[in-house]
Write a protein of this length. Structure first.
Length: 71
């Protein structure tokens, strides 16, 4: 900035362009991360449902096992 008003404008333009590129890169990264988070949430939801199904199946098997021991 010491070399005068014109050169400082060029420096600021260059810095602005670099910052815009950095922001664009960060936006792209954020977009990818948001997609990944959405996929992970969907996977977690499936796992939770599968776990609930397995618990229900185990409870039914335990009930059947107890019933068979009574006979």
């Amino acid at each position: 900035y010491r070399k005068g008003p014109m050169s400082s404008v060029y420096v600021m333009q260059k810095e602005n362009a670099q910052l815009q590129a950095q922001v664009a890169s960060m936006e792209k990264t954020n977009s990818h991360q948001a997609e990944e988070i959405a996929e992970m949430k969907a996977m977690l939801t499936r796992e939770i449902h599968e776990r609930a199904e397995m618990k229900a199946r185990m409870a039914e098997l335990e009930r059947l096992l107890r019933a068979s021991k009574r006979r």
